[in-house]
Write a protein that binds this ligand. Structure first.
Ligand code: TXA
Ligand code: MG
Length: 323
């Protein structure tokens, strides 16, 4: 596939109904004109998604979002955009009619975000349309944080914007705007504490919780997701007797973490959770590609701040290998 940094060309391909993979600050996205249902359908074909999952529309500025949300002047929507855009926060709210059903899976809400990456912003502004983009991986596989991860997985893309390694490395936080306040649909770099700080007094419920604290079904919340093609196991403190084909992913250098003789990757030598999060998917891709690695063991991190989103992704990646 053609790869480069010709944003004018990439934008014109988007306008013509083509598919362009591009970097955001979170992960690489597989983009198409979000107002063109046929272009959007190509995304599902290339990703081999078995069913139509709703997609995020990416905008180049908050004004573009005004045409997508039914109530763009809703105070909570406005405050979220002001505080967190451009950035890794996706806002789900009632949609306007111009948003095609294929983007929302027929729901009356739409997910929108303004990414904080110069290539992504140039591309969207130059194309002049909201860009629908899921992560640029095959269905159920690892999200891409480097262009080579996209190339490894996807065929049939018209252009790949080369933007190096993505800064954050975990998909955006998703919140939906509801009557009671907000619902957290996916944890990410932006934490619920940061949102509470930005909007004092806001009520934030978790994905599976109603007014009585009972469980509900939220869309797009598959348990297994983002999986590497090798068995993945989570360990807490130390790993007991890893076999010769074990690939080990450690959070940091620590006296308790003996280096085992096989393959070991340290996510953040200086013990910084943000750096570890940025390297998580790359480490999993590397282990997946390494012919000497038969199974992957990954160390759990503390569930604080970005650690909540990291453990969410790690558990989903490991889910199909748990009994
Ligand atoms: O960081 C990100 O968000 C990346 C980059 C490319 O922007 N994109 C991404 O897209 O992670 P994707 O398709 O892999 O995940 C989008 C999630 C899905 O779980 C989907 O179910 C949810 O957003 N979603 C989209 N529209 C929704 C809606 N109207 N209501 C509820 N969930 C929605
Ligand atoms: Mg994804």
């Amino acid at each position: 596939m053609e790869t480069g940094t010709d944003i004018k060309k990439a934008a014109s391909l988007i306008r013509k109904g083509g598919l362009v993979a591009f970097p955001t600050e979170t992960v690489y996205g597989l983009g198409a004109n979000g107002l063109d249902p046929i272009a959007v359908a190509k995304i599902f074909a290339v990703k081999q998604r078995p069913s139509f999952d709703p997609l995020i529309l990416h905008v180049g500025n908050p004004e573009m979002a005004r045409e997508l949300f039914a109530q763009p002047d809703n105070m909570v929507v406005k405050m979220l955009m002001q505080h967190f855009w451009p950035g890794p926060l996706t806002i789900v709210a009632q949609k306007q009619d111009i948003v095609p059903d294929i983007v929302t899976s027929g729901m009356d809400t739409v997910a929108v975000r303004m990414p904080d990456n110069p290539y992504a912003l140039d591309l969207i502004r130059e194309a002049g349309v909201p860009v629908a983009a899921p992560s640029a991986n095959l269905f159920g596989r690892l999200s891409p944080t480097q262009s080579q991860h996209v190339r490894k997985q996807l065929k049939g893309i018209d252009y790949l914007v080369e933007g190096g390694q993505t800064r954050i490395g975990l998909e955006s936080t998703i919140v939906s705007v509801e009557e009671h306040g907000l619902r957290l649909l996916r944890p990410g770099h932006i934490t619920t504490d940061q949102i509470r700080e930005a909007i004092p007094g806001i009520v934030i419920r978790s994905a599976g919780e109603n007014e009585d604290g009972n469980k509900i079904q939220a869309p797009g919340q598959l348990k297994s997701h983002y999986s590497p093609e090798k068995p993945l196991y989570i360990f807490r403190h130390t790993l007991q007797n890893p076999g010769p084909s074990a690939g080990v992913i450690l959070f940091t250098m620590h006296p308790g973490n003996q280096m085992h003789p096989g393959r070991t990757i340290i996510l953040s030598p200086r013990g910084d959770l943000l750096e570890a999060a940025a390297n998580l998917f790359s480490a999993l891709h590397e282990m997946e590609n390494d012919p000497l690695v038969g199974e992957i063991h990954i160390q759990a991190v503390e569930e604080k701040g970005i650690g909540i989103a990291m453990m969410d992704r790690i558990r989903k990646a490991a889910h199909r290998h748990q009994s």
